[in-house]
Design a protein around this ligand. Structure first.
Ligand code: PLP
Length: 412
């Protein structure tokens, strides 16, 4: 999003035109930014054999999936439904890694049927899977290295109390299960959760992962998951990808040499690829002055973007309708009958009722976490590709709210 000729644009398309055309609230994504992020990651690991699996739970629109496929990405799916979306978007099953947590063996078997790669994160399922499939279906194993790489407890998954992954202390048990069932382990995986702030701590996790990997002779791939942090506001910390690429490439080359073969280094970024490519646009319905605060009340709420309320996520807000106005302090809230505050005491250029506000970093975990709470329609989604706008999901309507309801005609 840039300020061009006194108006905010996304890849040269004026934001106010988008709202006039598609109404509000509205999600807008730009492919140019996604491609930039993807290529940045590729560049950081130049010389290393890598594979990038887009973690599609961040943003699951089929067009986004297709776009990343076009760039050469695979897909990271955490549910059988995400696997099915991936297949619908044209991915080869072998380019999809299925990494569920606490799902049934039946669901995992469905994924086996489809032919995707199976990543197992608990010993109970590993045992049952091995018993059932033995050497016929190779697996990946998700380990928990017990590191705390980031700041946010709610989204960290690598710490000791986390439900994710098999503890590194249980590797002898894993080995027994593998040997007893003749299983073939083709990948070792970890995903320690979002927000790697400290590359050194993360590299310790990698050391643990690689140390574990040595004990599996059939590997093709080492998957380090994700956790690449992006900046949410000026001065925010973010993962320095070039730096990280350098350290990790060197460490990985050393590992492959010891291991005796060149393996693939895999990543599963979600947020890094799509967060900054997305904007959420909403209209100000009411400016409400109370005794202590000025509220800007929007035509949206936690039903459409829950991250601020759910994880205290910070999303920068700008007034698209008054780009050069005097800065004043507002608390930006939603229209839901809950306290759904997007941001407290934000400096925003003077707001009038009817103005359009834009939230930044709205590509990841925003639309994909939206709901119909308060019986509101989910917004439309628009894609900006090569400076042109395309509708990629229609705004919902009343039929979407009643579609699956069974109205009891004779009983009530
Ligand atoms: C959510 C998830 C990711 C992506 O995490 P980001 O922080 O969005 O990059 C990657 N791998 C797995 C297994 C996940 O569950």
């Amino acid at each position: 999003m840039d300020l061009l000729n006194m108006q905010y644009v996304i890849d040269d398309v004026p934001i106010e035109d988008l709202v006039r055309k598609y109404d509000s609230p509205l999600y807008v994504y730009e492919t140019a930014k996604m491609e930039k992020q993807y290529k940045q990651l590729v560049k950081a690991f130049k010389g290393t054999k890598i594979k990038i699996y887009y973690a599609c739970k961040a943003l699951t629109n089929l067009n986004i999936l297709k776009f990343f496929k076009g760039l050469g990405a695979g897909l990271d799916a955490v549910s059988i439904q995400e696997v099915m979306l991936g297949i619908k978007a044209g991915y080869d099953p072998e380019d999809i890694i299925y990494t569920p947590n606490c799902v049934s063996l039946e669901e995992i078997d469905q994924a086996v049927e489809i032919g995707v790669r199976i990543n197992i994160d608990n010993i109970s399922i590993l045992e049952q899977f091995g018993h059932h499939h033995g050497e016929k279906v190779p697996v990946w194993i998700r380990i928990n290295p017990h590191i705390m790489a980031g700041g946010n407890q709610k989204i960290s998954t690598g710490h000791i109390d986390s439900k994710f992954g098999i503890s590194i202390y249980q590797m002898p048990h894993v080995q027994r299960v593998i040997e007893t069932n003749n299983m073939k382990v083709e990948g070792i995986h970890m995903h320690t959760g979002s927000d790697i702030l400290d590359v050194d701590v993360f590299m310790r996790g990698i050391d643990i992962l690689l140390d574990t990997a040595k004990n599996f002779p059939d590997l093709e791939c080492i998957d380090i998951g994700s956790g690449f942090k992006v900046a949410y506001q000026d001065g925010d910390n973010y993962t320095d990808i070039q730096d990280f690429g350098k350290s990790l490439s060197a460490r990985f080359a050393e590992f492959c040499k010891d291991y005796g073969r060149e393996l693939t280094l895999a990543f599963e970024p979600g947020k890094f690829l799509v967060s900054e490519a997305g904007y959420f646009l909403a209209r100000v319905n009411v400016v409400k002055q109370t005794t202590s605060t000025v509220f800007a009340g929007l035509d949206t709420g936690m039903n459409h973007m829950i991250r601020p309320m759910f994880y205290d996520a910070y999303h920068q807000v700008v007034n698209v309708s008054n780009p050069t106005g005097k800065l004043r302090i507002y608390t930006v809230v939603g229209y839901i009958c809950e306290t759904d505050t997007f941001g407290w005491n934000r400096k925003i250029s003077e707001i009038s009722e009817g103005d359009i506000l834009a939230f930044k970093n709205a590509g990841a975990y925003c639309y994909s976490m939206s709901s119909n709470y308060n019986s509101r329609y989910r917004p439309a989604e628009v894609l900006i590709h090569k400076k042109k706008d395309y509708l990629i999901r229609k705004r919902e309507e009343i039929a979407d709210l009643t579609r699956n309801q069974v109205v009891l005609e004779d009983v009530l």
